[in-house]
Design a protein around this ligand. Structure first.
Ligand code: ADP
Length: 419
């Protein structure tokens, strides 16, 4: 800088020595600018190309270091944020590695599992967790999200949901959250108790009402209008009785009553259902038939009255939702270790929108011709509960306007209970 007035843009503090030559190189990395590297001499100096190259190399190293620092600070900030979020979530969070060691447990998890501050991390999960359901959930290598209810010694009930952590197509651990559902469980029990008490207490007055209403015509002459009113009363009472009975049945099955297992002749179950329903079918001019394939294994291990109830509900629906002059056919086959019951009708069918929800409690299709039928919306929920208690499945195939087929697949043998 032979001419002092030339570098006007650069200002030097009074106390500093004025440089006579100056080299400035931008610190850049991946199109980001991090600063400038200055090199100054207090005497005139020409910078030869190799010197410039050397300083440029230094500058690019410095830029790289600056870029790394920024990346590290960002990562650290992200980590701190995540740690703060985990620390303040009210739900317990557990993270394990692929060797089933506890990688992380947030303060909510320490509290739920009764751990002291910071204990547990790095230890095998068996050393930290004593609830078998939770251990099983954490040890599973399923790719799907899994849930289980975990009961703590304090009586609290948690819903644990775990899923696998994937990295480059490999499972590298599991992450599990625990949510307190004690309140909902209590509410659910309260609701079930309430429904079963009310339905139980309603049963006797309903029987009484039905009895006296039907007896009215026996004790004196009634005119047509009075008879019409009585029929309406009896119809209403029968509807209520059906609802009450369904609620009680569902309550019993869901409460986990023990299955009264017997070796039941499949033939008998089908025959009983068909003969129970024959009158209702012929009143509607519906042809009710059944067929048991030759290879069907004759005895199934099941609770006979529940199995019969499930099949009966399906046949009852098939008759109910089929127009006069239609057909209902019950077919039974053996499929490996299961018996497949099929109830096929030529009825009104079920829209694809309704199909997934049919087996829910109180769900009734919004179709007009379905609504004309009396019902509680509990029949299929009962079928589902019964079949699932036996370790089986139910499903439906249907085409609107053409008919429906309901399937129940029930294992031939029930697993032995451990004592
Ligand atoms: P409910 O018959 O008392 O209403 P369900 O649980 O037995 O209750 O059946 C639920 C709904 O499923 C019915 O309201 C009806 O819309 C539909 N559904 C059941 N079975 C059939 C069938 N075989 N054909 C057509 N719709 C059916």
């Amino acid at each position: 800088m032979p001419n002092i007035s030339r570098p006007r843009l650069i200002r030097f503090a009074q106390e500093n020595i004025r440089p006579d030559s100056l080299l400035a190189i931008a610190l850049r990395h991946e199109n980001l600018y991090y600063g400038t590297l200055w090199l100054a001499f207090d005497h005139p100096h020409l910078f030869p190309p190799d010197e410039v190259r050397f300083v440029a190399t230094l500058a690019s190293q410095a830029a790289l270091a600056a870029a790394n620092t920024r990346l590290f600070l960002n990562a650290e900030l992200g980590r701190q944020r995540l740690a703060a979020i985990l620390a303040s979530t009210p739900d317990a969070v557990l993270v394990t590695d692929q060797n089933n060691r506890l990688l992380l447990a947030n303060p909510a998890a320490w509290q739920v599992l009764g751990l002291g501050m910071d204990t547990g991390e790095g230890q095998p999960i068996e050393a930290v967790i004593s609830q078998p359901e939770l251990l099983e959930l954490l040890r599973s290598d399923s790719m799907e999200k899994q849930s289980a209810e975990v009961k703590l010694p304090t009586g609290e009930i948690y819903l644990a949901t775990a899923s696998s952590v994937m990295a480059e197509g490999q499972i590298v651990g599991r992450v599990c959250t625990l949510r307190d559902i004690t309140y909902f469980k209590e509410l659910d029990t309260l609701k079930s108790d309430f429904v079963s008490t009310v339905s139980h207490d309603l049963r006797s007055p309903l029987t009484l009402m039905r009895g006296y209403a039907t007896m009215l015509e026996m004790v004196g002459e009634l005119n047509e209008q009075q008879l019409g009113y009585i029929r309406k009363i009896v119809g209403g009472v029968e509807n209520m009785s059906r609802l009450v009975n369904n609620l009680l049945d569902l309550g019993r099955i869901e409460a986990g009553i023990d299955l009264q297992l017997e070796l039941v002749p499949v033939h008998d179950v089908v025959e009983r259902v068909v003969s129970n329903m024959q009158l209702e079918a012929s009143q509607k001019n519906i042809r009710l038939s059944s067929e048991i394939s030759q290879q069907t294994i004759p005895l199934i291990e099941a609770d006979p009255s529940l199995l019969q109830q499930a099949l009966q509900n399906l046949v009852e629906n098939a008759i109910k939702y089929t127009k006069p002059a239609g057909k209902v056919h019950v077919q039974v086959q053996t499929r490996q270790d299961r018996i497949l019951f099929e109830v096929r009708d030529t009825g009104i069918g079920i829209s694809p929108m309704d199909q997934p929800r049919l087996f829910e409690k109180f769900y009734r299709s919004a179709q007009q011709n379905s609504k004309e039928q009396r019902g509680t919306g509990l029949g299929l929920a009962i079928v589902k509960s019964i079949v699932e208690r036996h370790g089986g499945q139910v499903w439906v195939e249907s085409q609107l306007g053409k008919g429906s087929t309901f399937f129940m697949s029930v294992p031939i043998r029930q697993p032995k209970k451990e004592l």
